[in-house]
Design a protein around this ligand. Structure first.
Ligand code: MG
Length: 242
């Protein structure tokens, strides 16, 4: 998909006459950090310890849901158990510990170039994640110094992705309109949320999820990785600010 076709498709879907980007709403896992490998490993370990059958790949598809929602769904499905909020909170803490034990998540190559390019063009950056993984949230200010003006995390949302709530909150915090915002996402549920919020949604296939699946979830444009996104940024910015 080329940039102009992507914009034409976006305008048609949203009914907007124009697009003029002032704000980027940026996901964390799989975008800022190459962290999904370790998240999926930690989820499998938690489920196995609790006797819940699962595969590692399925957790790539749940990315964006709140930890509580994933736990409640899997325990219901796998063991017929209703998990309370407090039980889910305790289990999510254990999952967070397993994640941390796997070592530091690496910074995603190319992402800092994209975000610096956006900032240089006067585009504000807001973090929008359903994650409550404090060990990662604490690293952002050092790893992405001076990039983010505000953040929306699991503490701020009730529903998590694919509900558009996290991105609608990001739009509100930025005091912008949806057609002034791009969403940068790697996960199908996150793409769905950005699309449903009415933003121009850019998917990046930084994990095993294919380009086709991100388009199917509603992405306006998909890049194979953040480096390719960085390379295309000048052309994209020219097209998105007009
Ligand atoms: Mg993500």
């Amino acid at each position: 998909m080329n940039v102009n076709d992507a914009i034409a498709g976006y305008l048609k879907f949203t009914g907007n006459k124009e697009i003029n980007i002032s704000t980027a709403l940026v996901d964390m896992d799989g975008v800022l950090y190459d962290s999904m490998k370790n998240h999926t490993r930690a989820w499998v370990k938690l489920m196995k310890k609790n006797g819940i059958k699962c595969t590692r790949d399925e957790f790539y598809l749940y990315e964006g849901m709140t930890g509580e929602a994933i736990i409640q769904m899997k325990f219901k499905e796998g063991a017929g158990k209703n998990i309370t909020h407090d039980e889910a909170t305790a289990l999510y803490k254990v999952k967070g510990r397993y994640f941390q034990e796997l070592g530091e998540a690496e910074i995603m190559p190319g992402t800092l170039d994209v975000l610096k390019g956006l900032k240089a063009a006067g585009v504000r950056c807001v973090l929008v994640t359903g994650s409550g993984q404090q060990s990662l949230l604490d690293k952002i200010d050092a790893d992405y110094e001076g990039i983010f003006d505000a953040r929306v995390t699991s503490k701020d949302v009730r529903h998590g992705k694919p509900n558009p709530e996290p991105y609608l909150k990001g739009i509100a915090i930025a005091e912008a309109r949806a057609n002034q915002c791009i969403v940068i996402e790697n996960a199908p549920l996150g793409v769905q949320a950005g699309h449903a919020a009415g933003c121009f949604t850019i998917g990046v296939t930084t994990g095993p999820i294919t380009e086709k699946e991100l388009y199917r979830a509603g992405a306006d444009l998909v890049f194979p990785n953040m480096e390719a996104f960085a390379k295309a940024l000048p052309e994209l910015l020219a097209a998105l600010k007009r």
